[in-house]
Design a protein around this ligand. Sequence first.
Ligand code: FEO
Length: 169
Amino acid sequence: MLSPKVEKALNKQIKIEAESSQIYLAMASWAEINGFEGVAQFMYAQTDEERMHMLKIVKFVNERGGHALVSDLKAPPTQFGSAKEMFETLFKHEVFVSKSINELVDITLAEKDYATHNFLQWYIAEQIEEEATARTILDKIELIGEEKSGFYLFDKDIKAMITPLPTDI
Ligand code: FEO
């Protein structure tokens, strides 16, 4: 059984994951209309992944006797300036998500909810991976600089960084 505090915090995280999915969908659409085909594919995969992160918590909350809430979401930005700015926004957003997961872990410890604490370990590992991917992409963009041909190759390269979705949520 979830304590009211843990349930509330998990519902907050459901909203954050859903908003993440919306942000990456907006990025995918922006990349697509600006001719970054590989980046768009990466972002479309990313938006699905965030939805999966959200669903995993929805199912966990309901399984543990709580009520997973579907709430209204903050609208994401529609313009991202440049691909570099867009990945900077993505990186900052992932750092924000990691912070939120850490706060959630703190709450589970204070509430002595070891089952939820255990469930959240998957998210901690996932955040390490997502931050690392964003950092790698930013390093690559930094190396390319303003070079158009370099960016063309980067746009092709990024497709290799798309991770397939697990099927067992
Ligand atoms: Fe679900 Fe990228 O945080």
